[in-house]
Design a binder for this molecule. Structure first.
Ligand code: SF4
Length: 478
């Protein structure tokens, strides 16, 4: 049954109504063709950041770097890779989360220090970077970027510790927040994760050479074997001798559950678990918690695919690909001069009329952020003949922003932060709307609430956020 819809606000053209990706990092030590392999590793991590790409290599005593705005395949060609000699390389793909979208902020960042040149690649966000930067600037430090990551290099450069590993350990005790980082130095690559292990970082081996990457899908592409994750609060040095490890802090592991809901590739193992399996488990649990009378289960591709499979399997309702995604959409497209209905979302998604016509549909998505994309998809499906649309979301309502390296709207822009489930249902124009519960999500993930970051669903941040940051988005802690 179609219910009356709420008055609709004007819709923005931006088709991206989701949490945007963050950054991906990759490193390989003591290998032939290090820059080329880093290029392939970054290629596999492209989904984690499409704004800029960069690779730094160690050639004898010299660190060289090539960085540019754009996709990995556009930034690097053979000529550019040939300017990166050396057997050790780190790379970075970026979507800016702190610091403006500028070439100067592209990583790896390279610094000349008394310990030789250092290059840094960072995934995450430092919640106290602003304070540290103010102190460093007051004592004469000159920053070359507006990125939060640069403070780590300044702290390493200023440390009196005898070696890079000890200096890095000291620096990391000063910063707070989420960080998986790689530091390229003359004696190898230092890979570290914050004490909460919020962002992923995995170790592997390729033809005897140690490798490190944000996600294991990068290992699959280069033919590397997964070894283990870098532990929260651990620094691992990758060198000709293999891996050597040291702890710099006690860990209290709270990995980001959104990596499994949305960010990571389903063919990756992240935090020791298959992302595809997590998504199927979220979908199956959703089917038990939020059943629906329907003819087909349709995913919002791509991130809703595995949750929809889980929903279909658990409910017995057939799975059907009723929406097709255009995978070739670049970062920008030219808006047509004449208005075309639902143009923004149609650039990315289009219904398959033969699948949805006259059907009662369970539409499975991973999350609803502002609600505008869901609204357009529901409208498109109705215009293609869908009889009923029951939206099911494989995570709880998104009520808070991320301060740990995911680019999210401010809290007040998140539809679930100020509207009830019924109000959201009305806004998106669905016949029914159901979310996975927080308890259901933790159970399906296999980790309790206190051992997970789910702050965007709960507003409970495992690493304290400075009041100044919360005030900016109108979410002062009470
Ligand atoms: Fe992940 Fe959300 Fe926590 Fe950010 S706030 S780290 S997106 S779970």
């Amino acid at each position: 049954m179609n219910r009356p819809r709420a008055a609709l606000p004007s819709l923005p053209m931006d088709p991206l109504d989701g949490f945007r990706d963050e950054c991906g990092i990759f490193g390989i030590a003591d290998s032939e063709d290090a820059a080329n392999i880093a290029y392939l590793g970054l290629y596999a991590l492209q989904h984690r950041g499409q704004e800029s790409a960069g690779i730094a290599t160690l050639d004898g005593e010299t660190v060289r770097v090539e960085r540019e705005m754009g996709y990995v395949a556009d930034v690097f060609d053979e000529a550019r890779l040939s300017r990166l000699p050396g057997r050790t390389a780190i790379g970075h793909v970026r979507y800016s989360t702190a610091g403006a979208s500028l070439l100067a902020n592209a990583q790896p960042i390279v610094f000349a220090t008394g310990r030789g040149p250092l290059a840094l690649a960072h995934n995450g966000n430092l919640v106290n970077a602003r304070d540290i930067r103010r102190e460093l600037e007051a004592s004469g430090a000159l920053f070359t970027t507006t990125s939060d990551s640069e403070v780590i290099l300044h702290l390493v450069a200023r440390s009196k510790a005898p070696d890079v590993g000890s200096a890095l350990a000291e620096a990391l005790l000063e910063v707070r927040g989420a960080y998986s980082i790689l530091v390229l130095a003359r004696d190898g690559i230092y890979a570290a994760r914050d004490p909460n292990g919020i962002r992923p970082l995995s170790l592997g081996v390729r033809e005897g050479a140690p490798v490190v990457a944000s996600e294991t899908c990068a290992f699959d592409l280069i033919g590397a074997r997964f070894e283990r994750d870098v532990d929260p609060g651990e620094i691992v040095r990758l060198s000709r001798e293999g891996f050597s490890s040291r702890r710099f802090a006690f860990s209290r592991s709270t990995p980001c559950i959104f990596e499994h809901v949305y960010f990571s590739r389903p063919d990756s193992r992240v935090f020791g678990k298959s992302v595809a399996a997590s998504r199927e488990a979220f979908g199956a649990r959703l089917a038990r918690e939020q059943p629906a009378e329907a003819d087909v289960v349709v995913p919002v591709p791509d991130s809703g695919l595995y949750a929809a499979l889980g929903y279909s399997r658990e409910s017995g309702i057939p799975f059907a690909l009723g929406l097709v995604r255009n995978h070739y959409v670049g970062r920008t497209f030219i808006e047509p001069k004449q208005a075309i209905r639902h143009f923004g979302v149609k650039v990315k998604l289009n219904p398959v009329r033969e699948v949805v016509d006259d059907k009662r549909i369970v539409l499975v998505d991973d999350s609803i952020v502002r609600g505008t994309t869901s609204q357009k998809i529901v409208r498109m499906l109705r215009e293609s003949g869908a009889r009923e649309i029951h939206v099911r979301v494989s995570s709880p309502p998104t009520v808070a922003s991320c301060h740990y390296g995911i680019d999210t709207p401010t809290r007040r822009e998140l539809i679930a932060s100020n509207q009830s489930v019924e109000e959201i249902r009305e806004f998106i124009g669905a016949d029914s709307l159901g979310y996975l519960s927080a308890e259901g999500m933790y159970e399906a993930f296999g980790r309790p609430a206190q051992a997970t970051c789910a702050a965007c669903f709960t507003g409970v941040y495992p690493v304290e956020i400075p009041e100044e940051e919360l005030e900016k988005e109108g979410a002062v802690a009470r």
